[in-house]
Design a protein. Structure first.
Length: 378
């Protein structure tokens, strides 16, 4: 739902009734993951996409039926060997899709509206909807905020809502969208219940240390990939917004001091990537010593193999264990054969993406298994 949040806010403002179809889970190969949504209003107007076109027509009809009847539910769409172009996914995947009517008097309507309003201002919030469980609870919704407060209800009393809010808050803190299992009595007690949790969190951080031309190219591609990009350097003559127009912020500070301050302030999380482009020991060593001790998704450092060997020696002297050094991506990036700042930035972004999604970095034409992977980290 959050992928079409702006459009849905406009529908709420216009008091439109609609049905919301959201991907709950994916098996095998499918273009989009959990949280991808298609909304259809009472006139048949559609927003969003679930599968790049494979099942949209069938889901469109189910949404119109849900608006008319007030009843939604979970639907499965999968590949059929007998008729690959029937309702299903010709790429071989299976989608579970939750359809929820959002009409004027539906209890889910104000809950969804609240999440849309809160996240429009940049706040963190999560929307949880009942995917499977007792029939009378299907589609019921709970909005959970970063401070643990919640609104709405899952239809089985306050004990369930409190237990669900605790579970959902953990997913929200990690910025994850997925399913959560618990019981209708709260915790693991009662009849099994499955929730689809959609988290609205800040974009993942990309911290680029070293205000050089390679950093400008990396900031540009990092922003394109949806990161919040920070460029930091201790030299004020180089660290200027004019040199890095694609960065969200340009900071003049010693790199290790900046990283420590960001971590202590709670502005980093396990999705954060750190790219060290300075290849100067007085900057690199204290920065990497800290970065390799933090639970970050990616830590890479630029430099030749000789530079890497010397850097690793200095880090060991500072007490960095081999297990932590093994996390260091150095020399940074994949071997794409390029050398320009733009080509190097592409190589770094490719490695970062492969790490995030568990990619093999082999050509797809020479690999087997699903083409589309789900992210390993939030």
């Amino acid at each position: 739902m959050l992928d079409i949040a702006d459009e849905l806010r406009a529908w709420y403002a216009a008091q439109r009734e609609f049905a919301l179809a959201t991907v709950v889970s994916v098996t095998g190969s499918a273009p989009r993951g959990p949280g991808a949504s298609l909304a259809v209003d009472h006139r048949g107007t559609a927003l969003g996409s679930l599968s790049g076109g494979c099942v949209e027509s069938a889901v469109h009809e189910l949404c119109l039926e849900a608006i008319a009847s007030g009843k939604g539910g979970l639907h499965r769409f999968g590949y059929s060997d007998d008729d690959a172009f029937a309702v299903g996914l010709t790429c071989g995947g299976v989608l579970d899709v939750l359809i929820t009517p959002v009409r004027g008097d539906d209890p889910v309507r104000p809950v969804i509206h609240r999440v849309l309003d809160v996240t429009a201002g940049g706040a963190r919030a999560a929307l949880a909807r009942v995917v499977s469980g007792p029939q009378e609870q299907l589609g019921r919704a709970l909005a959970v905020h970063a401070d643990g407060s919640y609104e709405g209800g899952l239809g089985a009393g306050p004990a369930l809502d409190r237990a669900a809010a605790r579970r959902i808050r953990g997913l929200l803190a990690a910025g994850r969208t997925g399913t959560a299992e618990l019981g209708t009595a709260g915790g693991l007690c009662g009849e099994p219940l499955t929730l689809l949790v959609e988290s609205a969190a800040e974009p993942p951080r990309l911290l680029v240390y070293g205000a050089i031309d390679f950093a400008a190219a990396l900031a540009r591609i990092g922003a394109f990939l949806g990161h919040r990009v920070t460029v930091c350097d201790a030299r004020p003559v180089f660290a200027t917004p004019a040199r890095f127009p694609d960065a969200d912020e340009v900071v003049v500070d010693w790199p290790h001091r900046h990283l420590a301050a960001e971590w202590d302030a709670g502005r980093l999380d396990p999705r954060t990537a750190v790219c060290v482009l300075t290849h100067d020991a007085k900057f690199d060593v204290p920065l990497l010593e800290l970065a390799l001790r933090l639970p970050l998704s990616y830590v890479g450092a630029m430099g030749s193999r000789r530079t890497h060997t010397e850097r690793a020696r200095r880090l060991r002297e500072e007490g960095v264990p081999d297990a932590a050094l093994a996390r260091l991506r150095s020399p940074i990036g994949l071997d794409l054969g390029g050398a320009t700042p733009e080509e190097t930035a592409l190589a770094i972004a490719a490695e970062l993406t492969a790490v995030r999604h568990g990619g093999s970095v082999r050509p797809l034409a020479r690999s087997t298994g699903p083409v589309h992977r789900r992210a390993k980290v939030p």
